[in-house]
Design a protein around this ligand. Structure first.
Ligand code: FDA
Length: 291
């Protein structure tokens, strides 16, 4: 985690900053990263991706939800979405913290709906305090739905061991989007990249289905160098990030899946995208200044 990222992470939690960012949101930058607020807008985005051969994973935005009514609304949103997916090449991604303090039953309901729709679920990974519980829920879900995907964050020191344990299954490898202390996570971008490469070596040597979630050109190049058959792994990127590269990789015959977030609760997701890249913050500040 760079000083820039840590500072932006901290600033975006300040209520006044949240109000300013939300005010600027109508002006285009949020729309670059978030596919609208409704099921229809999310499915329209998937159709656009599918037109040039890109696959999708749809995320109904929301996290840290405790109110049972909001949990029920989130489950309903996923069921609606999955009812509309039809033949589109889409799976869904779910954050367990959107499903309340005991998320298993709600997650299992979403997995069952995905199964009926002929697709599957990948369970996102949130901050480091949630890793054990999240992997335990994924393990239980897999007893009934073996295709459920896990996410692991290369930045965490523990993750090489997690990769060894999970290498026979569907695993999405990402760098990690949360500010974590040095005692448990690599801090410098070059250390995170090196850790990612080691995790990639483990997953690509395994019998599972690695999902390589990164925009980093060197890591994508490395992933393509293992010589695995194109249908045994996926490259994955975020909606609105390196779109030309997404198209190029799909056109070259690689499985290229795009993470498509949608919904009204976009702030925390958007704040993480700002913290990743100074240029994104620059766009936002310019739109605020233009008023
Ligand atoms: P890095 O940040 O080094 O970026 C490499 C290059 O990509 C940059 O130089 C730039 O060109 C481009 N780029 C990257 N981010 C950009 C941005 N926001 N805007 C514009 N350009 C950008 N994290 C997590 O903790 N839990 C999770 O469950 C997930 N899930 C997830 C799914 C998928 C499909 C992806 C691709 C990513 C995630 N992440 C995640 C986020 C991940 O941890 C990480 O924060 C981002 O992918 C950025 O890291 P990169 O590997 O892309 O490298």
């Amino acid at each position: 985690m760079t000083v820039f990222s840590a500072t932006v992470h901290a600033a975006t939690r300040v209520p006044a900053v949240r109000r300013l960012v939300t005010a600027a949101a109508g002006r285009g930058l949020v729309e670059r990263f978030v596919a609208g607020e409704s099921t229809d807008s999310a499915l329209a985005a998937v159709r656009t991706l599918a037109a040039d051969g890109r696959l999708a994973t749809l995320d109904h935005l929301g996290e840290h939800v405790t109110d049972p009514a909001r949990v029920a609304a989130t489950v309903r949103a996923y069921l609606d979405l999955l009812a509309g997916v039809g033949d589109l090449p889409a799976e869904v991604s779910v954050k367990l913290s959107a499903l309340g303090p005991r998320p298993f039953d709600a997650a299992a309901e979403i997995c069952a709906a995905a199964d009926r729709a002929g697709t599957t679920v990948t369970v996102d990974m949130e901050d480091s305090s949630t890793v054990d519980d999240t992997l335990a829920v994924v393990g239980r879900l897999r007893e009934e739905f073996p295709r459920v995907g896990a996410v692991v964050q290369a930045a965490l020191h523990r993750t090489e061991a997690d990769c060894r344990a999970l290498a026979g299954s569907r695993v999405r490898l990402v760098k990690g989007a949360y500010a974590e202390p040095a005692a448990i996570a690599h801090q410098h971008p070059s250390e995170v990249r090196a850790a990612y490469a080691r995790c990639l070596d483990i997953l690509m040597a395994g019998s599972g289905h690695p999902m390589i979630g990164t925009h980093d050109p060197r890591l994508i190049q490395r992933a393509l160098g293992y010589g695995r058959a194109a249908d045994t792994f996926e490259l994955q990127m975020l909606y609105g990030v390196r779109v030309d590269e997404q198209r190029r990789l799909a056109a070259a015959g690689h499985r290229m899946r795009v993470y498509v977030p949608y919904g009204a609760d976009w702030y925390a997701y958007f704040a993480r995208r700002l913290a990743e890249r100074p240029a994104n913050l620059g766009f936002l500040l310019r739109s605020l200044v233009k008023g």
